[in-house]
Design a protein around this ligand. Structure first.
Ligand SMILES: [Zn+2]
Length: 147
């Protein structure tokens, strides 16, 4: 984790998450080192980001589920300007398609800018924030394209 751009001299500079009622299970899971997504209690659809109602059947019956943490980079960007607050170097911001079928916005760590590409397989890990919490990020596990 020490190679992440949000660590300056080993000290976390990444901002703390903004926790809402809907996202509290997600962030509590991150603090435990678990990637939590929501699953509908009626139709079993997985969904993310957290929200109060199933996007498919509109029930409010939902349960937090631990995702397996594996996914594929769908797309990415490297925001250069303005500089990203809390990062020593621009982060790789990516859309990750999780194996459960939901898409999550996160950072890809441990890879040079010129080597990141769509279709790479990734796995979740967690990085500290300045206030002692954790946020999920993803590390490339294979250089092979998924499709
Ligand atoms: Zn549903």
């Amino acid at each position: 984790m020490a190679d992440d751009a949000s660590l300056r001299g080993g000290v976390a500079t990444r901002p703390d998450p903004i926790v809402t009622v809907d996202s509290s299970a997600f962030w509590a899971g991150a603090d435990r080192g678990e990637l939590i997504i929501q699953q509908c209690g009626d139709c079993t659809t997985f969904y993310h980001p957290p929200r109060p109602m199933c996007p498919k059947c509109h029930t409010t019956a939902m349960r937090p589920v631990k995702a397996n943490g594996r996914g594929t980079i769908y797309s990415y960007c490297i925001p250069i300007h303005p500089p990203s607050f809390g990062f020593a170097a621009p982060p790789i911001v990516a859309l990750i398609d999780l194996e459960e079928g939901v898409r999550i916005v996160s950072n890809v760590v441990g890879i040079e800018y010129e080597k990141v590409t769509n279709g790479l397989k990734v796995e979740v890990e967690f990085e500290p924030t300045e206030g002692g919490h954790q946020v999920p990020v993803f590390r490339v596990t294979t250089k092979k394209k998924a499709r």
